[in-house]
Design a protein around this ligand. Structure first.
Ligand code: ADP
Ligand code: MG
Length: 253
């Protein structure tokens, strides 16, 4: 657990400073300054190709940025060794568009894997925890099922349980519902919404504007590698200040 410091109302848990990424000549992130406070739910919206996924991947340094830094829980994590970074990454649960469950393992085994292999839990302790997590995502009865026998929505819920099994301080979602059939989007968004109510800090890249409006504390609009506008859902959706935000919203709302 990340503990609030005495006297502080809000604690910045994750911060990027002038985060920049170039792919060849393509400047994909143009010096992003951002701060995520403990317990905040942030929805990152914006057009395809605007750099949302790249930004998201750098929050736990899955890849190294061209320049700039990432500060997690008061520690600049750029200079860490891979081993040290792996420890940090355990505290950031990641959920992607593709669920990437191990097809040969049951749901329960998928959720058990990291706690047993990384945290050294016994099979018994891991199983107890995994069952509780599968129940949290509404899949208590599917523990023994193989991923391939489940719907996309169910698999994504298992992927969320798997990320939660490491007791992360932050959950990072990159378009968690974009690969799903429309009828399965709601069940996954509900799980994320319930998680928000537990106080989990979350950064969610999403195209689900209704969800962003209902669940996020902050909405960040990204375009061409920059955070163009940040605000409460009401500010960004109902009173966007920037022309590019207005233009984007006029197309998607
Ligand atoms: P978004 O998630 O908002 O759709 P991305 O972060 O995926 O945007 O991509 C932003 C830009 O970076 C795009 O122009 C994309 O082509 C480029 N890009 C992303 N990843 C790579 C990569 N590994 N190599 C080269 N270009 C990339
Ligand atoms: Mg993306």
């Amino acid at each position: 657990m990340f503990i609030l410091k005495a006297g502080e109302m809000m604690t910045v848990i994750l911060e990027t400073k002038q985060l920049t990424k170039k792919f060849g000549d393509n400047l994909v992130l143009k010096g992003i300054d951002s701060k995520i406070e403990q317990g905040q739910v942030i929805a990152v919206i914006g057009p395809s190709g605007s750099g949302k996924s790249t930004y998201h991947r750098y929050l736990n340094l899955l890849e190294q940025p061209t320049s700039g830094s990432v500060v997690f829980e008061d520690q600049t994590i750029n200079q860490l060794t891979e081993n040290e970074l792996d420890k940090i990454r355990e505290k950031m649960g990641m959920v992607f568009q593709s669920f990437n469950l191990f097809a040969n393992y049951s749901e329960l085994e998928n959720v058990n894997l990291a706690p047993m292999n990384v945290q050294g839990l016994t099979a018994e302790a891991a199983t107890k925890q995994s069952q509780a997590l599968l129940e949290q995502v509404g899949l208590a009865d599917k523990a023994d099922a193989q991923p391939t026998s489940l719907s996309g929505g169910q698999q994504q819920r298992v992927a969320i349980a798997r990320a939660l099994a490491m007791h992360p301080d932050v959950m990072l979602f990159d378009e968690p519902t974009s690969a799903l059939d429309p009828e399965m989007v709601g069940e996954v968004l509900n799980v994320i919404k319930n998680l928000a109510q537990t106080g989990m800090t979350m950064i969610i890249v999403t195209h689900e504007m209704g969800f962003a409006k209902n669940v996020a504390d902050q909405v960040w609009f990204m375009d061409e590698g920059q955070l163009i506008e940040k605000g409460t859902p009401t500010q960004v959706f109902d009173h966007p200040q920037e022309a590019r935000t207005q233009d984007f919203l006029s197309k998607v709302l």
